[in-house]
Design a protein around this ligand. Structure first.
Ligand code: C5P
Length: 439
């Protein structure tokens, strides 16, 4: 087998380390536990009595410290300045410290460099938070391993008590939730589902099942040859009408309404997912949709339109889902969930009617509910300014984000609000980034 890498990311306690270890064993390659390296750094800071919140002190430590890994009989030993710290890095204090130091750029740079160097020369399985997004964006296979916070806390609790460490389940659960919050919201390389990653929720899976699933995916990748060209092939037959719309879109968005596209690398994620966009013009679905050539996007559209026979036939040929925007349309919600379950891409403009004044601040809550119930990532597309003839505009695709980890898999009012707030934040960040390019 030629050189390959498997990136396993996900929140703490999802079982990454043991799954990665077992897979590596079966494939006869090494497993690099990158969390251990952040832990070794945090342990050193704590031992030396340094203040982890003191960024200058942490940057200075990052310049001096020598972190290394050594493998003995396949097992990883993590070393700081030549001293093996493997036995001391699993305490709750070090877990918290690792998450704290992992926010800092000098620390992340040090670790990412080291990890890239280690994985360059040999096939490996790596687990962490940013492997698929930062360390190895071209990994052969990317997995996002997750589980509910309760399941993860229970596993951590059992792991620690088995080692004779005295801990309370409630404390661990609180730590798990806090660490998730910190890992998913930090500015630099937050934990997120990497483009092209396959999400596995292990709450109701046994470890051998998870491992088998990953090994089967790797085999499938090798059989495919994993070429980018193949990845661009449509995954399903597109309707004639849709293909026509794609051809026209290419002409329109190159010549008539020239668009500069950014973040195209974010389009390599696997369906099902939800593509969302800010809504300013009738051509928005084509503008944000035609670059995703592998799928026929199922857009949600207002129900009023199906009364007219011509537009009704467009709806049918485009496989659109009609929605009654003025009432809680449960039929539409069910249709959306079914579409996602069948592995398709849903296209939604959460602002409902075309909007000019605010940016993703007034949304229909249906989008959040569908994302939560369907448990699929959201891919945000931001178009600015409003499309017009012969005026160059920009379209940004943001990093896809998983709603599950935002709210620990719960579906309630708070979760819906959290998802909508996350959407608003992302659009504000994209708008701010765009404004900077204009300054
Ligand atoms: O996976 P583990 O729990 O050992 O990781 C400890 C901490 O290190 C995590 O909470 C996370 O903040 C950080 N980490 C990271 N990037 C990685 C691996 C771990 O930020 N690749």
């Amino acid at each position: 087998m030629k050189h390959f890498t498997i990136a396993i990311d996900g929140p703490g306690g999802a079982g990454k380390s043991s799954v990665a270890g077992n897979i590596a064993k079966q494939l006869n390659v090494l497993h690099l536990d990158t969390g251990a390296m952040y832990r070794a750094f945090a342990l050193t800071a704590l031992e030396r009595g340094l203040d982890i919140a003191d960024e200058a002190a942490m940057a200075a430590l990052a310049r001096r410290i020598r972190i290394a890994v050594r493998f003995e009989g396949g097992a990883q030993h993590t070393l700081v300045d030549g001293r093996d710290v493997t036995a001391s890095i699993r305490t709750p204090e070090v877990s918290k410290g690792a998450s704290d130091v992992a926010k800092l750029l000098p620390v992340r740079r040090l670790m990412v460099n080291l990890q890239q160097r280690i994985a360059k020369s040999q096939s490996m399985v790596l687990d962490g938070r940013d492997i698929g997004t930062r360390v190895l964006p071209n990994a052969t296979l990317k997995i996002y391993l997750t589980a509910s916070s309760e399941v993860r806390a229970r596993r951590r609790f059992e792991e620690l008590t088995a080692k004779g460490i005295d801990v309370q389940y409630e404390t661990i659960l609180r730590d798990v939730i806090e660490r998730d919050r910190q890992d998913t919201t930090r500015e630099i390389d937050p934990l997120s589902v990497a483009p092209g990653a396959v999400t596995l929720d292990t709450s109701d899976m046994t470890q051998p099942e998870v491992e088998q699933a990953i090994l089967t995916m790797l085999e499938a990748k090798h059989m495919q040859g994993g070429t980018a060209a193949k990845a661009q092939q449509p995954r399903e037959p597109l309707t004639l009408f849709y293909r026509l719309a794609m051809v026209l879109s290419r002409i329109v968005f190159t010549l008539l309404v020239p668009v500069r596209y950014h973040g195209l690398e974010n389009l390599s994620l696997e369906a099902p997912f939800i593509l969302i966009g800010n809504h300013q013009s009738m051509i928005d679905p084509f503008l944000i949709g035609w670059k995703l050539r592998r799928w026929q996007i199922r857009y949600l559209g207002k129900k009023e339109i199906i009364r007219n026979p011509l537009t009704r036939s467009i709806y049918q040929n485009m496989l659109m889902i009609p929605v009654d925007r003025h009432n809680m349309d449960m039929q539409a919600v069910r249709a959306c969930l079914k579409t996602l379950k069948e592995g398709h891409v849903l296209g939604i403009f959460p602002e409902g009617t075309r909007h000019k004044k605010t940016l993703m601040q007034e949304m229909e809550s249906g989008i959040a509910m569908i994302a939560l119930r369907g448990n699929v990532p959201i891919l945000p597309a931001y178009v600015t300014p409003k499309p017009g003839f012969f005026r160059r505009i920009d379209c940004y695709y943001g990093k896809p984000f998983s709603v599950h980890d935002l709210v620990n898999g719960q579906v309630n009012r708070e979760a819906v609000d959290a998802v909508m707030a996350a959407i608003t934040r992302r659009y504000q960040a994209m708008a701010a980034a765009h404004a900077q390019t204009q300054a």
